[in-house]
Write a protein that binds this ligand. Structure first.
Ligand code: ADP
Ligand code: MG
Length: 696
């Protein structure tokens, strides 16, 4: 039996280890750096580096790596061993402050969206002491940021840290107005719930689409899908249970608070949720979790699919980003308070979120815009592409009564007055019922549900932190100048609700009526990545990000290019994979089959013209015509991909893939799936949906 407390964070150079391994003054000075972002002096860094190395070597590590999060959305590492030759031809294990603090990976191997052309190709990684170092596969991993030499961010962590600083700064201004001067630091917290599929490795390896694209590009519906809804609360199969146990242990060793695990709605689909932590730790941990999910699956003869839509017609996978704001004194600022004054503060923070989500719907939509997630958003299983907020009836009634200045008629029949009345408590079960909302208040936090399962949570949180920081800044600007704080506050809350209540929607987000209603309210409905991305470079958004020093305009434009280029590349790979499978696997297999049927007809009728071959003949006609059709579509798709090469503008190119290539891919799939249902199962060259989903 593993003892969880003993293995927990065993592989992490965390605060306990630091306290244990570092001289007192060094520990204190490092702590100052971590807490206040103070610069670390070199002698201190040398001692820290040495202690880190000794600790890592003791745990069997031989290498170290700067661990960073480039714009690919996955993590990157470049390993160096600790060994350093000595004069007498031997080696010592060495690791200096230099190694700890700075690294120089070749920036040209990572997407930079044009930054490479404008700036130097070299990039550097710099230690982020706010995130603990850890050991993974025999390497000491040092979490770092990744920048170009001229200081432009080339990663997702730099803007995330900047956004945390922005919201800290603005929230402190607001808290000060409420007299909360003991608070020194405000940070956001995140608990990301992660969905995934597990399938058998042997079957996976027989499907090029899964291997190259992470999702199936062909596949007829099996007779049984998820309609009986027997998977969610079904017992976890022994093989899956063994996987989950192993995964938990690996995650715990890395200090990741893996907490809940269960089956999901679709067959072979599961979920893992951690206990929440500060946003930058949660982001690191979610990246590590996704990596471990895949590694541990391989050990168990399985493959973990993190793609948003591995199977058509079956629920896709998402990620729920539970987000809140906390103080270093332990207050959750999105928790309704127990006194009228606390409540006024809660309402103001709530208003900041409401206004932020309304004014920056486009940006939130963009943070979850990927070709994979395009399959989910708006489908009947995931939140719609329209951004709205669910608050629950009770809280909505309270806000309405404040806005209209009328009695709040629930059971209490009181007129809500800011700073005078205590809000009722909102238990989770009254606020969490709506699963169709993209952005739901769940009692003391918001749950942003539009994220795709494979994406880094950095982008959504960079944006969330920044847009809320902006609204808090505007509120602070007004309130700091006010002569009568209470009156100014009341009118600010009232105006904000009135101006932004269109974003609040408590009904069924999947319904058609909502789509119409949202349009009437003037809310955006950006259906695909290609529709959403142009909003990223709108002037108001550039103004927002540059004002809070999250991105420079150049950084924004480079990220815009990268996102669109990535879109086109992904679709191109998918289309090529389809062509490959169609031409080399499906059509030849079905061709053989029709040949066999034809021979059978000749053989039978040569014995006697009286033998009935109606079944063979009509099957042959049907399959041959489908094959013919499939062959023609491959020709069209081939041609379309060649034409795509001539489009140089990133947006035009992505549009072309969306409007021309994707429809052809759909056509190709449609014929192939019809073929699949009309031929003998032993001739179908790739594992079917039934095999993939139920043979695990
Ligand atoms: P459940 O969904 O299991 O009923 P919760 O709503 O408490 O339970 O948790 C869902 C997710 O939200 C978990 O990952 C949890 O850690 C996270 N969470 C809870 N409180 C916060 C918070 N203040 N900030 C961020 N995430 C939170
Ligand atoms: Mg959830």
């Amino acid at each position: 039996m593993t003892k969880v407390p003993e293995i927990f964070a065993d592989m992490v150079f965390n605060d306990d280890v630091m306290r244990d391994k570092l001289p007192k003054d060094v520990y204190k000075s490092l702590h100052k750096t971590i807490e206040q972002g103070k610069e670390l002096d070199v002698t201190v860094a040398n001692i820290v580096a040495n202690a880190m190395k000794d600790w890592a070597v003791e745990k069997g590590a031989t290498h170290f790596t700067h661990w960073f999060q480039p714009m690919t959305g996955v993590t990157a590492e470049k390993h160096d061993s600790f060994i350093t030759p000595t004069a007498n031809g031997r080696i010592i294990m060495d690791f200096s402050a230099d190694n700890l603090i700075k690294g120089e990976p070749d920036a040209s191997s990572f997407p930079s969206g044009g930054l490479r052309a404008t700036f130097e190709a070299r990039g550097y990684t710099a230690w982020d002491p706010t995130s603990y170092a850890f050991i993974k596969d025999g390497s000491l991993c040092i979490p770092t940021v990744f920048c170009s030499y001229s200081g432009e961010a080339l990663d997702k962590k730099t803007p995330l840290l900047r956004s945390m600083e922005a919201i800290n700064k603005q929230a402190l201004r607001v808290l000060k107005l409420f007299g909360n001067t003991d608070v020194k630091h405000v940070y956001t917290t995140v608990g990301p719930e992660q969905e995934y599929f597990l399938i058998d490795k042997k079957l996976y390896e027989k499907r090029k689409d899964l291997m190259y694209c992470g999702r199936t590009l062909f596949g007829a519906k099996p007779p049984k899908g998820q309609e009986l809804e027997d998977h969610y609360f079904g017992a976890i199969k022994p093989r899956i249970a063994a996987y989950m146990k192993d995964l938990d242990e690996q995650l715990w060793k890395l200090g990741i608070l893996a907490k809940t695990k269960h089956n999901e709605v679709a067959p072979a689909q599961h979920e893992l949720a951690p206990i929440f932590s500060t946003t930058n730790t949660a982001t690191d941990h979610n990246q590590l979790t996704m990596e471990m999910m895949q590694k541990v699956a391989a050990k168990h003869g399985m493959v973990c699919l993190l793609h948003e839509k591995p199977f058509a017609g079956i629920n896709g996978s998402g990620k729920h980003n539970n987000w809140s704001i906390s103080t270093d004194t332990g207050t959750n600022l999105l928790e309704p308070g127990t006194s009228p004054y606390d409540n006024a503060q809660f309402l103001l923070f709530l208003c900041a979120v409401i206004k932020a989500v309304d004014e920056y719907q486009d940006l939130l939509r963009i943070t979850v815009a990927t070709p994979g997630n395009d399959h989910r958003l708006g489908a009947n299983e995931a939140p719609p592409a329209i951004v709205s907020i669910f608050l629950g009836d009770e809280l909505t009634n309270i806000l309405n009564s404040i806005a209209e200045g009328i009695a709040y008629t629930n059971d209490r029949k009181t007129m809500m007055e800011i700073g005078i009345h205590v809000l009722p408590h909102f238990p989770k079960d009254t606020t969490d019922r709506n699963r169709t909302s993209p952005f739901a208040f769940t009692g003391n936090k918001f749950e942003f549900r539009m994220l795709g399962s494979s994406q880094s949570i950095a982008d959504p949180n960079i944006t969330l932190n920044t847009i809320v920081a902006e609204e808090l800044a505007q509120f602070a600007d007004i309130l700091e100048k006010a002569d009568d704080f209470k009156n100014a506050l009341a009118s600010l809350i009232k105006t904000t609700i009135n101006n932004h209540k269109r974003i609040i929607f408590n009904g069924d987000g999947y319904s058609d009526e909502w789509r119409k209603e949202a349009e009437k309210r003037g809310l955006l409905n950006l259906k695909t990545t290609v529709d959403a991305m142009p909003y990223f470079i709108k002037e108001k958004n550039i103004r927002l990000f540059t004002k809070h020093k999250i991105f420079t305009e150049t950084e924004i434009r480079s990220r815009y290019e990268i996102s669109l280029e990535n879109y086109s590349k992904v679709i191109n790979i998918e289309a090529l994979t389809m062509l490959d499978m169609a031409k080399k696997e499906i059509l030849p297999a079905v061709g053989n089959y029709t040949g066999k049927i034809a021979k059978g007809i000749i053989a039978k009728t040569s014995i006697s013209q009286d033998i009935c071959v109606e079944m063979e003949k009509s099957t042959l006609i049907k399959i041959s015509s489908l094959c013919d059709n499939m062959y023609k579509i491959t020709g069209k798709l081939d041609k379309a991909l060649i034409e795509a090469k001539d489009i140089s503008d990133a947006l035009d190119c992505a549009k072309y893939y969306k409007d021309t290539v994707i429809p052809l891919m759909q056509e190709l799939r449609c014929v192939s799936d019809r073929l699949e249902t009309n031929v003998a199962c032993d001739i179908w060259p790739i594992p079917t949906y039934g095999d993939l989903l139920f043979k695990i």
